[in-house]
Design a protein around this ligand. Structure first.
Ligand SMILES: NC(=O)c1ccc[n+]([C@@H]2O[C@H](COP(=O)([O-])OP(=O)(O)OC[C@H]3O[C@@H](n4cnc5c(N)ncnc54)[C@H](O)[C@@H]3O)[C@@H](O)[C@H]2O)c1
Length: 335
């Protein structure tokens, strides 16, 4: 089968590309990415020699380009990881998020309809459910929790999800959606909490923590997310939404302290800063459906996963320095 994977130079997408190109030598994977500031060709450069893989630079909102690519490649399956993904940026520039996350999704789905794709999979987020109170640990997001968003980012992702379900109902497009909690692991752009903290701690710089650091996230290793996406794409039921969660709720402060502790750094580096506007309090995901129906489960505990992840960043300081200096923008030698 031939797969189109969008956003494959980003954090989760690049981990996905590594996973599937090794696991399925008989399938063929085209990685499409616009290489925005968050797309890093270094993440996937080592795939260049693989026979079942190719990279294409392009924008999912560009209808003519997308149509031409579908016409040429005759994909069987489309998996859409491409997105603007940083909440803080969405507060500064919502329009870009609406373009990429909504119009980009529509453009891919229109081409999927036109060229008779067998499966369109949308990679979504638990943020579409809004947040949960801190004092109700019994509450979890299920697939039937109403969409109730807080930021322009989560609103754009929720809008895309609604559109995906509408394309299924109206046009019969064979879709699935996965909604996952906060990911951590290798290749995460150093604007997100975990790589920011590691990078700053290694340089003995102050570590900004929003508010009192009480916000709770449900952390999942990126490999476990990707195993789930792959299972849903191959075995999930058309028209269904599947939640994927880490079952590892931690406050931001706990995460920061875990990192400082492993790196042998002082907690005095922590600096509390003005909270993010509209900051979601708590996310927690119920993944019972995908566990029961598709046999998915996590392979990492948070303790093992975070330790391995910190080690990865410590052993790959060049990767982060390359981003900080802007050198990473030169990694792609194509046009
Ligand atoms: N990071 C998380 O914790 C998390 C959790 C749940 C869901 N998600 C979702 O997973 C997906 C991937 O997230 P991520 O953290 O890897 O994001 P990321 O920002 O690291 O990567 C996004 C990738 O999309 C590419 N891209 C952006 N605009 C594009 C466009 N117009 N055309 C083609 N490519 C474009 C970028 O170049 C980049 O490579 C997103 O859809 C996100 O909403 C992320």
């Amino acid at each position: 089968m031939k797969f189109l994977v969008t956003g494959g130079a980003g954090f989760i997408g690049s981990n996905y590309m590594h996973y599937v190109t090794s696991k399925y030598p008989e399938d063929y994977f085209v990685c499409l990415d616009a290489l925005t500031y968050a797309g890093n060709y270094n993440n996937i450069k080592d795939l260049e020699d693989k026979d079942n893989y190719k990279f294409v630079k392009g924008d999912i909102t560009d209808k003519d380009f997308v149509d031409e690519l579908f016409e040429q490649e005759k994909f069987d399956v489309v998996i859409n990881f491409a997105a603007e993904s940083h909440v803080d940026n969405s507060i500064k520039n919502p329009r870009l998020f609406l373009m990429t996350n909504i119009i980009g999704t529509q453009t891919l789905m229109d081409a999927s309809r036109k060229y008779g794709i067998k499966r369109y999979h949308q990679v979504s987020t638990d943020e579409v459910y809004g947040d949960l109170p801190l004092d109700r640990p019994d509450l979890l997001f299920t697939e039937t929790t109403p969409l109730h968003t807080s930021s322009p980012y989560s609103s754009s992702k929720a809008s895309a999800d609604l559109l995906v379900m509408a394309y299924h109902r109206t046009y019969g497009l064979p879709v699935t959606i996965s909604r996952c909690s906060n990911n951590y692991g290798p290749y995460q752009f150093p604007e997100k909490l975990i790589p920011v903290v590691i990078s700053k701690a290694l340089n003995n710089e102050k570590i900004p923590v929003y508010g009192k650091g009480e916000n709770v996230r449900d952390w999942i290793h990126v490999i476990d997310h990707n195993i789930g996406v792959d299972l849903i794409v191959r075995n999930g039921k058309v028209g269904e939404v599947y939640n994927l969660g880490g079952h590892s709720e931690r406050t931001n402060l706990e995460v920061v302290k875990t990192i400082l502790n492993q790196l042998g750094k002082s907690e005095d580096l922590i600096e509390y800063v003005t909270d993010r506007p509209g900051h979601d309090l708590r996310y927690a995901i119920d993944s019972t459906k995908v566990e029961r129906e598709l046999g998915w489960n996590r392979t990492y505990t948070f303790e093992t996963g975070i330790k391995e992840t910190i080690d990865w960043y410590v052993n790959n300081t060049d990767w982060i320095e390359n981003i900080k200096s802007g050198e990473y923008k030169k990694a792609y030698k194509g046009d």
